[in-house]
Write a protein that binds this ligand. Structure first.
Ligand SMILES: [Zn+2]
Length: 325
């Protein structure tokens, strides 16, 4: 059974996906079967300002388009680290991107290029990418948690990104896991990302005197590999926070698959036991079904694939469940 149904697409169609990361900007032309036709990696600094960043995005898209010599460009999908008002393509909140707040990013890029543009939150795009070409293939309902300096989330229901009424759904890093936990930049206390991100691992390590101010999550991992009990405790704490969050998600959605991605996956063996212990303890649904919590497989490419999939989805591509339930 095909995983994706392309009834209204031509096989010569391709799209361009753009992923705006912290320091690099990647763009790729990808065909309807998920084959990367060409890919470029450029650099952009958030501090260079809105117009410069938008200019880099436009240049990257043009660069990719020039390298594809045949086929029909369906559209461009762009993953951006921020809140996006989906209907208007206006960024309505991005701590990292100066000058983007309230700016009609989609329409401005569209005006400069004359190509249909779809804007999406980067973690939502990554979830879609995993569903299209990664660990979520053939699964219509899934959740992705991206574990990085913060924690992002994407929820796919019936093959579609769950947007909420504005486009801000899926901010799973800001689920409360400890009511009186660490303060978060969002204004809340005890957010998941304050207890389970790489940044959280680093601050727990500092609190446990595992290194200097510049101790990294990788340093903590290396100490755990050497058997350091405090380093192991840091990852157990991270696993507990993740398990508490996942148990709630599983109880809410009853989806078959929950994926974790990001650099922290390398420490899976240290955090996963505590995570599964909490999920088993807290989720009736998990302990009585074959709900899966697994590693995502596309790494940094997920956002690129997902962004590129957006124009295909708009044109009528649909995920077909490999195991309909
Ligand atoms: Zn928060």
């Amino acid at each position: 059974m095909p995983l994706v149904c392309y009834s209204r697409l031509r096989m010569t169609d391709y799209s361009i996906g753009v992923d705006l990361g912290g320091t690099n900007l990647r763009a790729a032309a990808i065909d309807a079967e998920g084959k990367i036709l060409t890919k470029i990696t450029g650099s952009t600094q958030y501090s260079s300002g809105r117009d410069a960043i938008l200019g880099h995005i436009v240049t990257a898209i043009k660069g990719v388009q020039l390298q594809v010599t045949s086929g029909n460009l369906l559209g461009v999908g762009i993953g951006i680290p921020g809140f996006i008002q989906i209907e208007t393509g206006v960024v309505i909140g991005s701590a990292n991107l100066p000058g983007f707040d309230g700016y009609p990013v989609r329409d401005e890029i569209q005006r400069q290029l004359g190509i249909p543009i779809i804007l999406e939150n980067d973690a939502n795009a990554a979830a879609l990418g995993e569903q299209w070409m990664g660990a979520g293939r053939g699964v219509k309902d899934l959740v992705l948690l991206t574990l990085g300096t913060g924690i992002g989330g994407g929820i796919l229901a019936d093959g579609r990104i769950l947007h909420g009424f504005l486009g801000m759904a899926g901010e799973l890093g800001h689920m409360t896991v400890y009511p009186d936990g660490n303060p978060c930049g969002c204004g809340n206390f005890g957010c998941l990302e304050k207890h389970a991100s790489a940044t959280a691992v680093m601050s727990m390590a500092r609190a446990l005197s595992l290194g200097d101010l510049d101790v990294t999550a990788e340093d903590v991992y290396n100490l755990a590999v050497e058997g350091n009990p405090r380093a192991k405790a840091v990852f157990e704490s991270m696993g507990r926070a993740l398990g508490i969050a996942l148990a709630s998600l599983i109880n809410i959605f009853n989806f078959p698959l929950y994926l974790l991605s990001g650099g922290a996956l390398g420490s899976w063996d240290f955090f996963a036991p505590a995570m599964f212990e909490q999920v088993r303890k807290r989720s009736f649904t998990f302990s009585r079904t074959d709900t899966r919590i697994e590693k995502a497989t596309l790494g940094n490419e997920a956002g690129l694939y997902g962004a590129a999939y957006l124009p295909f989805q708009l044109a009528g591509a649909e995920v077909v469940a490999a195991n309909p339930v």
